[in-house]
Ligand binder design. Structure first.
Ligand code: ADQ
Length: 463
């Protein structure tokens, strides 16, 4: 079998294993046990962005990392990637901070990734590029003469043409996506929005079931949802119940119903509305006063981006306000922490929680929804409250599905989840668990690599 070469913004090198909060690392970590090369940014800032990767073998993986200069970090990562593409692709055009120089740096850093990768490539390698930071990489590799099959997977949502048009280099980016051999999305909705852009910008209508052809080049596009290693996470959760963290949480909750949220501290995750909804739960349904504890684990993220600093201040204020208004001398209703927690502790916390709150305003998939369900005790499962705008909602229809823009709807879902009888909880859980056993990290990788291996002239049709 051909070697797979993964390229992503960050690389899970052994030195930063442990507590980590990146969706991609979590999803792919266990799958390529048989060897792969993984190239990306080291997370280090250097005097200059370098084109020679540092190789660090670890088990069957070779991790190849490059450092970024301060200026590239600010313009490529903080700037175009996270202050333009991230807000745009999460339907927040009002947060865009576009600057042409940032876009130039974005293209430049992608060329650097390409230069770093070329000397490491074998002719039969399958190249799998991940996420919005690296949209131009395929084109940059082709410009250096790379003939390998190259695929791209977008972890975040896509947007319809009327919104994509907000982006000054919209058409250029769309054309860059079309230089790949395979382009994968998390959800059918994202694929649909991409097709809308193809029609709106390039006047190309995509016939489902056949590749799209742009400038004579066929591109296979498909929805290929990411998943987790469900059974392994379920085992981890069961085991974690014996651990110290689970005991400490259990003791501190003192028999109250626990509601949990686990997110990066990101404006796409809908945290202010969730906090607001919790405050309203205590106002509108006073029977839950003193009887419920909401634990929000919100790992700090992208702290160099202004909007994330603003969000943190807002959440600090909201948490203080809710607790100030509702707490009793022996009960703090909302526990809000901004550190990452180890996966094992999280698995145990999920299992202890009667309600899992996953209420993003937009999300590519949201793996926490899957982890929450995987962690449940089949004999006494909790209830998932899930935003209709998470990619996960396309599949996980037995959750309580809400519109995260309506705090009252979240409040009512919290109440419904807290009072749901055991037989209904079990029925919903069983269906959800079965689904997340069918779409896993392994099936996601297998599907993508099968699509990438299939030749462009026939082979598997994956549209
Ligand atoms: P993220 O936006 O990072 O990922 P998500 O899918 O929720 O979001 O994955 C985060 C992963 O990190 C999960 O495994 C979770 O357990 C862990 N994590 C989150 N918050 C944490 C915390 N506070 N402490 C410790 N661990 C935490 C992007 C897209 C998603 C998509 C993933 C994978 O935005 O939509 O699901 O990639 O494709």
């Amino acid at each position: 079998m051909a070697r797979v070469v993964i390229v992503s913004n960050r690389v899970p090198v052994p030195s930063f294993r442990g507590a980590r909060a990146g969706g991609l690392t979590v999803a792919l970590h266990d799958v390529f046990k048989n060897g792969a090369l993984w190239l990306g940014w080291s997370g280090e800032i250097a005097a200059e962005t370098n084109t020679k990767a540092k190789i660090e073998p670890s088990g069957k993986f070779d991790f190849a990392t490059i450092d970024l200069s301060e200026d590239d970090y600010k313009r490529f990562y903080v700037g175009f990637a996270n202050s333009v593409l991230w807000p745009l692709l999460h339907f927040q055009p009002g947060l865009l901070e576009f600057d042409r120089e940032d876009f130039e740096a974005y293209l430049d850093v992608n060329r650097t990734y390409a230069k770093a990768l070329v000397p490491l490539l074998k002719p039969t390698d399958l190249i799998w590029v991940h996420d919005y930071h690296l949209i131009p990489l395929g084109m940059a590799l082709r410009a250096l003469g790379v003939k390998n099959r190259i695929g791209f997977f977008l972890h975040v949502p896509f947007v319809p043409a009327s919104l994509f048009a907000v982006l000054p280099p919209a058409e250029a980016l769309l054309r860059m996506l079309c230089t790949y051999d395979v382009v994968g999305f998390q959800a059918h909705q994202h694929l649909h929005d991409f097709e809308d852009c193809l029609l709106g910008f390039l006047n190309v209508a995509h016939q489902r079931g056949s590749p799209i052809v742009i400038d004579g080049h066929p591109v296979h596009v498909a929805a290929m949802p990411i998943g987790i290693d469900t059974r392994a996470f379920a085992r981890q959760a069961k085991k974690a119940m014996q651990g110290r963290a689970a005991h400490r949480l259990d003791e501190s909750v003192q028999g109250r119903a626990l509601m949990i949220g686990v997110d990066r501290l990101d404006y796409s995750k809908g945290l202010p509305n969730r906090f607001e909804a919790f405050g309203r739960l205590l106002d509108r349904f006073p029977e839950h006063r003193l009887k419920v504890t909401y634990l929000q684990v919100a790992a700090r993220s992208r702290e160099d981006v202004t909007e994330y600093q603003r969000l943190k201040r807002e959440l600090d204020r909201l948490a203080g306000e809710i607790n100030g208004r509702h707490a009793e001398f022996d009960w703090v209703p909302l526990r809000y922490m901004t550190r990452a927690v180890t996966r094992s502790s999280l698995a145990g916390f999920h299992r202890q929680a009667r309600v899992g709150l996953v209420t993003p305003l937009r999300d590519g998939m949201n793996l926490v929804a899957k982890e929450y369900i995987a962690a449940q005790d089949p004999e006494d499962p909790g209830v998932l409250v899930l935003s209709r705008f998470a990619g996960a909602a396309e599949e996980m229809t037995e959750a309580i599905i809400i519109n995260p823009h309506d705090p009252d709807e979240i409040t009512e879902a919290m109440h419904q989840a807290l009072i749901m009888p055991l037989d209904e909880r079990k029925a919903r859980y069983e269906k959800l668990f079965e689904k997340i056993c069918q779409t896993t990290a392994a099936t996601y990788c297998r599907d993508f690599i099968a699509a990438l291996s299939a030749g462009s002239n026939g082979g598997n049709q994956i549209t």
